[in-house]
Design a protein around this ligand. Structure first.
Ligand SMILES: [Zn+2]
Length: 75
């Protein structure tokens, strides 16, 4: 995560990082600190992607997921 800190450029001339950013995949504008795109709900930064992967991992370990997997294996 430390390498991400270098991407935030603190500009004393103006709060440039507070401006909306365009998400290149769907060209919609999102708040500078948005984690997910408001239009397509895709993760806007690597941290968000990691978070999604983490919760997917957690879900896979849960009993509920195991039940779903077992149900599918009955086919
Ligand atoms: Zn989008």
């Amino acid at each position: 995560m430390l390498e991400n800190a270098g991407l935030i450029d603190i500009d004393e001339n103006g709060p440039t990082t507070l401006e909306p950013v365009m998400y290149h995949r769907c060209r919609s504008m999102n708040a500078f600190d948005a984690i997910y795109c408001s239009k397509c709900s895709m993760a806007l930064n690597q941290q968000a992607v990691l978070k999604v992967e983490q919760s997917t991992d957690e879900a896979k370990r849960s009993d509920e997921y195991q039940m779903l997997v077992e149900r599918r294996e009955i086919w």
